[in-house]
Design a protein around this ligand. Structure first.
Ligand code: ATP
Length: 439
């Protein structure tokens, strides 16, 4: 095994690791599970939150031209009629005539993945939206939908945000949250699930600037994955052929990750033109436009939309971070997660359970906790504890030993190099900041 390579089925390894170490559990498992739904455990919730925070930091915090939104998940049919989802948010559904399994036609190349038959029913359009009832009455008046994307909230709130934020094009609205799609064949762990999280930006621009901003966002989003540690050879950009574009799109490029089954979509960046604002203006009777005072003209901005999946990105980060290498003659599995993504950033490890070490160990923990996500672990040998932290991606371990009582210093161990250095407790925060502030 070459240093850092992975033998065998990496997807299987990640699924096992995720379950065994508390990242992702099959949902409702005590009842036999619920197909393709997952719960995020103690480490998974932290990793997912870190992915979303890293996105928010880059898209909202570090910019002055993007504001945030958290819109409702339940929405009335009018929104989805105007957006075109009621009519066209469908996948082609076929039934295998032999084993009666149902498939999404465009994903199976004409052969039933279950029984190998090539005999299918005619494809019919299957709408992916979850429909439900709001309130105690039944009937059309009470129909509501779980949103299948977060984007529409940004369009329906366009006027309110324009009025309250005092932004003007080019500017964007960002949102992170749950979306729901009744996928015909959810698959590949959390790659495609019926309930998932998205991170979407709708960036409103003067029509003449749309192409420039479209290119800008493709590059910016690609760089985001690189900066968070996915190597360039595991990523690619794929521009859609103009003849394959959705009805609303004037250009779409996907950021793809090299999943174990091949390159597949992480995120789509689309130039949606004025399709959405015009559709909602027409349907609601409320004009969704921008009045440019300097030019004394009113126009409908174009929209550039980078739409990413948070749960899908988390899976890519996990796959990409997973490595197996050799340390002191033993194979170790290590998640080389970026400092900003690691669920635990620092583990404080007293060398022994002896009570003498507890005071100073807890002192070190309290010093670090306000700044970093920490773990505190006293069980088993220090070697075993290092391995456990490596396996869940903890970048730094701080070990407190009996010398610490006299010299007021601790050992800082680096996950990737396994190098250890002695650092005075007084200088610990400065040392960690020196190593990580630029990340
Ligand atoms: P596909 O064609 O694969 O069904 P899509 O192109 O319709 O997906 P978008 O509507 O562009 O997907 O959604 C934007 C992003 O949201 C995707 O790139 C993906 O990261 C995420 N996403 C979409 N559907 C799912 C799902 N069922 N499970 C997990 N993530 C999803």
């Amino acid at each position: 095994m070459a240093n850092g390579s992975v033998d065998g089925d990496v997807l299987e390894k990640i699924i096992n690791l995720a379950k065994r170490r508390g990242f992702i559990f099959p949902s409702a498992e005590i009842y036999g599970g619920f197909r393709s739904t997952y719960d995020y455990g103690p480490l998974g919730v932290q990793l997912l939150r870190n992915v979303k925070n890293a996105w928010w930091r880059s898209m909202v915090q570090l910019r002055d031209d993007v504001v945030g939104l958290d819109a409702a998940i339940l929405s009335p049919p009018a929104v989805w009629a105007a957006s075109g989802h009621l009519e066209t948010f469908t996948d082609p559904l076929v039934d295998c005539k032999k084993c009666h399994e149902r498939w999404r036609e465009d994903k199976i190349d004409g052969v039933c993945p279950k029984c190998g038959s090539t005999d299918f029913t005619e494809a019919r359009a299957f709408n992916l939206m979850f429909k439900t009832q709001a309130g105690p009455v039944e009937g059309e008046g009470a129909t509501a939908y779980l949103r299948p994307e977060t984007a529409q909230g940004m369009f329906t709130n366009f006027n309110s945000i324009l009025a309250t934020s005092r932004k003007k094009p080019p500017f964007g609205i960002a949102q992170v949250g749950k979306s729901f799609r009744n996928e015909i064949t959810p698959q590949n762990f959390v790659f495609r699930t019926r309930e998932f999280e998205q991170m979407e930006l709708e960036f409103f621009v003067p029509p003449a600037e749309a192409e420039t901003w479209y290119r800008y966002w493709i590059e910016t989003r690609y760089q985001w994955y690189l900066q968070l540690g996915i190597p360039a050879d595991e990523l690619r950009l794929l521009e859609h052929d103009p003849k394959d574009l959705s009805h609303y799109s004037r250009g779409t490029t996907d950021v793809e990750y090299r999943f174990p089954w091949g390159f597949d979509e992480l995120e789509g960046i689309a130039n949606r033109g004025d399709y959405d604002l015009t559709a909602h203006s027409n349907a609601s009777g409320v004009k969704l436009e921008y009045f440019d005072q300097a030019a004394n003209e009113r126009y409908t901005p174009y929209v550039i939309e980078p739409a990413a999946g948070a749960t899908r990105a988390m899976m890519a980060f996990l796959l990409s971070a997973y490595h197996e290498d050799e340390v002191e003659g033993e194979v170790r599995s290590v998640l080389r997660l970026h400092w900003r993504l690691a669920p635990t950033q620092i583990a404080v490890l007293p060398l022994s359970k002896k009570p003498e070490l507890e005071g100073v160990s807890r002192e070190v923990l309290s010093l670090l906790q306000p700044h970093y996500m920490c773990d505190y672990d006293v069980t088993q040998s220090i070697g075993r504890r290092y391995r456990r932290q490596d396996e869940v991606g903890t970048p730094l371990c701080v070990t407190v030993d009996f010398d610490s009582l006299d010299d007021r210093a601790v050992t800082v161990r680096d996950r990737d190099t396994t190098e250890q250095v002695r650092v005075p407790i007084e200088g610990l925060l400065a040392e960690i900041s020196r190593r990580t502030a630029h990340l």
